[in-house]
Design a protein around this ligand. Sequence first.
Ligand SMILES: [Zn+2]
Length: 369
Amino acid sequence: MAAALTMQNELPSAQKPRDAARGDHEKARKASGDSTDGATTAMTKDNEGAPNIRNVVLGDLLFRTWYPSFYPDDLVGRDLERLYVCRWCFKYSRELIPFLRHLKACDMKHTPPSDTLVYAKENYSLYMVDGQRHKLFTQNLSLFAKLFLDNKSVFYDVSGFLYYLLVQTDPVTAQRQVVGFFSKEKMSWDNNNLACILIFPPWQRRGLGQMLMGVSYELSRREKRIGGPEKPLSDLGRRAYLSFWSATIARLILSASPSSPQPKGKVAASEPAFSVKDISDITYILIDDIIATLKEMKLLGREKRVDGSIVISKESVRQWANRNRIDLRNPVDPEAFLEKPPPEGEEDDEEGEGNEDDEEMEDEEDDES
Ligand SMILES: [Zn+2]
């Protein structure tokens, strides 16, 4: 029993629970032209110190790490070629034999990571895990995640967070695999709907990061709290979010059109127009984030109306989407949440976030099909 898999129960509480992990590097994404995976598409690491654990084995996959680890030196050592990590419970070992022994006996092998299934669609499901109730699991998950997250501390104090684990199920073997997650403060003074997000490297560039962001906003909608990711965002996190926000806004504006052909000349009057505030109310994206996104999309022209507002035409949004080959499908299916949202209708308890109407944006119709 001497060489049993590392199973520490408490970790040093040196680290403040700050916003871990949201980004990394990209380039791979740029090179591939794939912007759907957002914060986690990075394939290159930056040079803030070489990883002291160079590779990990997760299940039967071996891959490189990107960043220095926070695994305790006394359990893992200062310099390690390969760390073995259980694909079900994230316990780890520097030795192969105890690792293999553990795999046979892992008590999470046949059970989902928690009993709270939040979302299920096709091969993907999302489980909510309470850091307080599953301390060891979420600590081990955080330690693993830190290998792919730059400059952010991973929380050892996991109890104030909920973790939403993205689980992929192999359609043939029915094997479950956690492929990424995001965490969220249980009580966020700033209405942050996400603290950190990561898709593990072997599963990146499949749009899963965008799916997790979509889930985080769908949860905001259910809580009736407009919010966003904890700031400041890393460069990559910001880019990923801009990609998510811009697609969300474009989808809203473009889908507002009546799909049936309109009689000529009647269109303008029957088209809905959105202000930034309206977009925020519908998408649960913060007004500031919407304005930053519209600027980034270069859709805010200079021309203003007499009342000072700027109008963006639907046609310019459509052109933007075509030009950037934006996938306008919703990355999450609201119907695939197990719990149905509370009925819309009664006024949400407004917590008016600076009712700035200064940059009103309206969707004006240009007549064309
Ligand atoms: Zn295990």
